[in-house]
Design a protein around this ligand. Structure first.
Ligand code: 1AE
Length: 416
């Protein structure tokens, strides 16, 4: 028998957590176990959930909670994320103060998921950068721009030495710059940049529109030269990401945007932990890069949660973290690039590298475009901040001989 295993945190001042766990294990699998005759019980045994662990705790501020770990037989659900999620947290997600805080998978379940097509190493290979964190900039204020405006903004970003440029997640198919216009236009700049500087830039074009047209639109983007995609995963569903990332015609990296994830992870009492939603599930569904709010910028997530996402995205020792007990083979998925984002400026780079190491993508929109000397200087300021940090030099000292970094520090400071 093989199982996928879910752990829940349940807040309740009076509940018998062991009883609660037993109720979940039965209720989400065979249903009304206690009312069944003995013969029927025996027949249902292979489908019955098992309580693996129940731990009672009190939070530092005095609230009583239980961590309940339950194993669900693989035989109960098909090998896809919707089936797993509906099994382990379908009806239960609406049943009181309960949050899904971890998921572990059987080898049989994992075998249905090729995971990221490129992963960290593959993305590094594409941009030809192996020895430093990557830098991504974000198109900003492009709604209402025509082709010329878009190209100009793209070129300025590329001149700054960024490795990736992503569409803003709110740039949808539109009459002025649909994929058929913006991909050829921006990829021309990618080619020119390569000819002039030898640097390859990935352009993550936002794949949008009705779900039924996504594969065709992705094919169109790729046939027009797109070398990466951006995808608002949670607006569509994790399984749609899985479909795209494993599609034979879509052989480009996919950056997963976290739009709407705040509806799921921030509450102590409800939803799905960030490390599960933006970590394990994004990686399983095939995201090569995963964006999420950092602990330092304009939209914040606690550092502890950031580190848990990072761990889920980059761990290669999946034996403990990804697999359920009956699954000895562990994890063979490629890793996904962590991309802590939102309100990032050069003065935060030392913190990003301290917390994430070198396998991280530094990502900024306003921090590039809002630079006092322009967007190209904005990119350069970030590259200088990365270089300084990697050399162990204080940003303020490095800035003395790097005017772009100095201007960024004057504008936004350095986080102490
Ligand atoms: C968490 C996602 C951040 C994002 O997509 C975005 O557009 C950030 O923009 P800035 O860097 O905050 O301007």
């Amino acid at each position: 028998m093989s199982y996928c295993v879910a752990t829940y945190r349940c807040y309740d001042e009076t509940a018998d957590f062991a009883k609660k766990a037993a109720g979940i294990a039965v209720g989400l699998t065979v249903g009304s176990w206690t009312e069944l005759p003995e013969a029927r019980k025996a027949a249902m045994q292979p489908y019955l959930g098992r309580v693996l662990d129940v731990q009672e705790h009190r939070s530092p501020d005095g609230e009583r909670y239980g961590d309940l770990t339950i194993a669900y037989p693989d035989v109960n659900f098909s090998r896809d994320l919707p089936a797993l999620l509906v099994t382990v947290f379908g009806k239960l997600s609406m049943d009181g103060k309960i949050k899904l805080i971890d998921l572990k998978f059987s080898d049989a379940f994992l075998s249905a998921f090729p995971g990221p097509r490129f992963g960290i190493e593959g993305v590094r290979e594409l941009v030809g950068v192996h020895d430093r964190p990557l830098l991504m900039s974000i198109f900003k204020s492009v709604i209402g721009h025509d082709r010329a405006g878009l190209v100009e903004q793209f070129a300025r970003q590329a001149q700054g030495g960024v490795d990736l440029i992503k569409d803003d997640e709110i740039l949808f198919e539109n009459p002025l710059t649909p994929i058929s216009v913006r991909v050829p236009a921006c990829m021309d700049v990618v080619r020119q940049t390569y000819e002039q500087t030898g640097q390859t830039v990935l352009y993550a074009v936002n794949l949008t529109g009705p779900t039924s047209g996504l594969v065709d639109r992705a094919r169109e983007a790729v046939s027009l030269g797109a070398n990466a995609l951006l995808f608002n995963v949670l607006a569509y569903g994790l399984d749609v990401l899985h479909e795209l990332s494993s599609h034979p015609d879509i052989q480009v990296p996919i950056a997963a945007h976290p739009a709407m994830s705040g509806a799921f992870y921030p509450s102590r009492y409800y939803g799905i932990a960030a490390s599960v939603l933006l970590g394990k599930l994004m990686r399983l569904a095939g995201a090569d890069l995963v964006l999420f709010p950092s602990p330092y910028g304009s939209v914040v997530m606690p550092l502890e949660e950031n580190l848990a996402i990072r761990h889920a995205l980059v761990t290669t020792d999946g034996n403990a973290d990804y697999r359920s007990a009956e699954s000895p083979d562990g994890l063979s998925l490629r890793t996904s690039f962590p991309v802590p984002s939102a309100g990032i400026h050069p003065g935060l780079v030392p913190w990003i590298l301290r917390d994430f190491g070198h396998d991280v993508v530094v990502n900024a929109g306003g921090g590039v475009h809002g630079h006092p000397m322009g967007a190209a200087a904005g990119g350069r300021a970030f590259r200088q901040a990365i270089d300084a940090t990697m050399q162990g030099v204080r940003l303020a000292d490095y800035a003395a001989s790097h005017p772009e970094l100095q201007a960024a520090i004057d504008a936004w400071g350095v986080k102490e």
